[in-house]
Design a protein around this ligand. Structure first.
Ligand code: E4P
Length: 247
């Protein structure tokens, strides 16, 4: 999952479009939760590159937002998305600055509204990582990139919920961004992930990041044939009476 873009990187083929072979892969998984214990446990696997939270997830945790944010930022080195709750640009910027001061790895989440885009531009210009959230169309994703967002979060599950094709949106955004690899450097962060196939499809389409609920992250590792195969191997091993260490 992912594309290494930036200054000095090859600009694509003669059509200007970057091909799959020209990409350097950079798979990133973020965990979509505000539950610190879950994050601690999953971060220990070394598979977690960042965290996303939102006001609903914070409410569900029942804890103080700033305290939770501080704790999460110490657990993972990568970006931790913290969402503003103001709706006007100036107030969003003030909240964004306040949240960004908590730790260097805070990413400020702003909603995909006109005010959110204005705040995105201002905060990005100050060097703050911005994640533009609640993206439901390619047009919105184009605006987020133009506004200097580090991440755009298309919500695939919520689109599926209303009978639209969430993954088609990822495909469209990937195509659009790859048409302008030297100027649109926003990373596609697939959000509202409901099941492992969303993650697989995100990777197939070259999304940069998938933010995954803890349950779905754990599901990714499971396959009934793995469990069955392991049981059989261990049963046969016990029959040998051997041990690998300390035998
Ligand atoms: C992303 O940053 C959001 O927190 C999240 O993915 C929303 O997912 P939901 O549609 O399951 O609430």
């Amino acid at each position: 999952m992912g594309t290494e873009r930036g200054p000095g990187k090859p600009a694509g083929n003669e059509t200007g479009r970057r091909t799959g072979n020209e990409r350097k892969s950079r798979v990133k998984f973020f965990v979509d939760t505000a539950e610190v214990d879950e994050i601690r446990e999953l971060a220990a696997t070394g598979l977690v590159d960042g965290v996303t939270t939102n006001p609903s997830l914070v409410a569900k945790s029942g804890r103080d937002f700033l305290e939770v944010l501080r704790e999460i930022c110490e657990l993972v080195p990568g970006p931790v998305s913290a969402e503003v709750t103001a709706t006007e640009a100036e107030a969003m910027i003030a909240e964004g600055r306040h949240l960004a001061a908590i730790a260097p790895n805070v990413a400020i989440k702003v909603p995909l509204t006109w005010d959110g885009l204005k705040a995105c531009r201002a905060l990005s210009d100050e060097g703050t990582t911005v994640n533009v959230t609640l993206c439901f169309s390619a047009a919105q994703a184009l605006l987020a990139a133009k506004a200097g967002a580090s991440f755009v979060s298309p919500f695939v599950g919520r689109l599926d919920d209303i009978g639209q094709d969430g993954m088609k949106l990822i495909e469209d955004i990937r195509l659009i961004y790859d048409n302008y690899p030297d100027t649109l450097e926003t990373e596609i962060l697939v959000a509202s992930v409901r099941h492992p196939m969303h993650v697989v499809e995100a990777a197939r389409l070259g999304a940069d990041v998938a933010t995954v609920p803890p349950k779905v992250l754990r599901q990714l590792a499971h396959h009934p044939l793995t469990d069955k195969g392991l049981d059989a191997f261990l049963a046969d091993w016990r029959k040998t009476g051997q041990t690998i260490v300390g035998g």
